[in-house]
Design a protein around this ligand. Structure first.
Ligand code: DX5
Ligand code: ZN
Length: 235
């Protein structure tokens, strides 16, 4: 029983090294969250992105471990992963709760703590993949001591806090410079991703493409997901 669980967890982790579009539930209809998740997973999505905001690191307050836990079984049963993106101060205080809620990966912001190395380590100790996120104004050199300590580097392609903002045009160049620093680690891009913007960051070296409003703001989220995946050259 234990071995079977381990195998499926490691199979799920393979998803992070493939090219994938990750629908962000931030833009979903929360009154119908289960069916919204089912819709994109039926269309092929396997990485479900969960945006956690605390009203301090960014102005809005969004969702916490309760919501991650509410979708985790459904996502795992369909062969997917729960990708938690914490936009919060003192992220080290919350990682255990998200791991318990069923997160497969937990990313936090480099700007939110002086203890990125320790926090990445703590996330891995909880058997989750560890991610480090960078705001648009943070230079890629902020990660120069951390390759090898993180599984995912998340490059914000808008300022964090809200869905539906326009993609920052310099982002592909930043992703290209980040790729040179981080070797084989996954690079995730987040914000303003749609069929028009995805190819430029894909070409620059991104592998995970978070899309919120372009998926759940569409009349047909499944079809919208597939259009972004095709543009990104993703599965
Ligand atoms: C923004 C969040 C994003 C958000 C992206 O701070 O981190 O994940 O859902 O939304 P879109 O795709 O609408 O830019
Ligand atoms: Zn996000």
């Amino acid at each position: 029983m234990e071995a079977a669980t381990d195998t499926s967890a490691s199979a799920r982790r393979e998803l992070y090294s493939s090219r994938r579009v990750a629908p962000s539930i931030l833009s979903a209809d929360f009154a119908a969250l289960g069916s919204q998740v089912a819709e994109v997973m039926d269309a092929g999505a396997r990485v479900i992105h969960v945006d956690v905001m605390d009203g301090h690191f960014v102005p809005p307050i969004t969702i916490g471990p309760l919501i991650a836990a509410a979708i985790a079984d459904q996502v795992h049963d369909a062969g997917g992963v729960v990708d938690v993106h914490m936009m919060i101060e003192q992220p080290e205080r919350q990682i255990e709760e998200f791991a318990k809620a069923g997160a497969d990966s937990i990313s936090f912001h480099a700007e939110a703590t002086p203890h990125a190395n320790r926090t990445l380590h703590a996330i891995r100790e909880l058997d989750c993949l560890a991610g480090l996120a960078l705001n648009p104004g943070t230079p890629v050199e902020a990660v120069s001591e951390l390759p090898g300590y993180a599984d995912i580097f998340l490059c914000m392609t808008v300022n964090p806090g809200w869905g539906g903002q326009p993609f920052i045009p310099g982002s592909p160049d930043k992703v290209r410079r980040l790729r040179e620093l981080v070797g084989e680690a996954a690079i995730e891009v987040d914000g303003g991703i749609d069929p028009g913007t995805a190819p430029s960051v894909a070409e620059a070296g991104a592998g995970l493409f978070v899309a919120g409003s372009a998926v759940f703001g569409a009349d047909d989220p499944g079809a919208a997901y597939q259009a972004i995946a095709a543009a990104a050259g993703a599965e």
